[in-house]
Design a binder for this molecule. Structure first.
Ligand code: DGP
Length: 221
């Protein structure tokens, strides 16, 4: 008799720049692996693909692109990894994803060039995360961490706008106070992630559908 493999969980960490997402994703994968839970990290944008290399040039200001064009490229970057995401999840690997469709929607929407509905449309149908953790950091703390480089979007005014737009989109996010120290934060996040992994058992992976966005449904953790 063939043994059915329990699928992995799709876990997304979102938040403004400098909120510690990448560090927490890495630490989380290490902790899960040390508990013998297969887990891998994925980051968006994935700058290693050909679409990702155009995004990289855009972010480093080497090239300019119209807002709608770059929006669709960020989305295409997620779609090109979609088959791999499904494959990994079905083979039992939990994916810890550093940014996802929510960043895509919010960063374009914060430019105020197109409406939210237009920003959401290309994301519909991508695998829906089992859990979205939003790392929340005040603007004051973000500016203390500072260290913004020369990349596009790396300035406090725009990040402020991004934060406000994320606040409007908190669709079932669990909010995490990102001002805690790194290991306390990892412990907090791990606890929630382990519960999610336990709970998904036989539930199939769903698909994103932003046609009915729920606004303001978050709880501060
Ligand atoms: P990161 O590698 O996480 O630092 O992301 C690079 C920058 O790109 C960061 O300022 C956030 C922004 N970004 C990430 N995903 C998207 C997206 O889907 N669309 C847009 N417009 N910006 C994004």
């Amino acid at each position: 008799m063939t043994k059915t493999v329990k699928r992995g969980a799709l876990i997304v960490l979102e938040g403004c720049d400098r909120s510690g997402k990448s560090t927490q994703c890495t630490k989380l994968v290490e902790r899960l692996n040390s508990l013998k839970i297969p887990a891998k990290k994925i980051s968006f944008p994935d700058r290693t693909t050909s679409i990702g290399s155009i995004i990289d040039k855009y972010l480093s200001r080497e090239i300019d692109l119209p807002d709608r064009a770059i929006h669709l490229l960020f989305s295409a970057n997620r779609w090109e990894l979609e088959p791999e995401i499904r494959k990994q999840i079905q083979s039992g690997v939990t994916l810890i994803v550093d940014r996802y469709s929510y960043s895509g929607i919010v960063f374009t929407s914060a430019k105020k060039c197109v409406d939210l509905g237009w920003c959401c449309a290309p994301e519909n149908g991508l695998p829906k995360p089992d859990l979205v953790l939003f790392l929340k950091l005040s603007l004051e703390e973000m500016s203390k961490r500072g260290g913004f480089g020369n990349e596009r979007y790396e300035n406090i005014d725009f990040q402020n706008e991004v934060g406000k737009t994320f606040d409007k989109l908190t669709d079932d996010f669990i909010q995490i106070n990102a001002s805690k120290d790194i290991s306390t934060l990892t412990n907090n996040i791990l606890e929630i992630v382990l519960k999610t992994i336990d709970n998904i058992s036989c539930k199939p992976l769903k698909e994103l559908n932003f046609n009915e966005i729920k606004v303001k449904q978050s709880n501060m953790y």
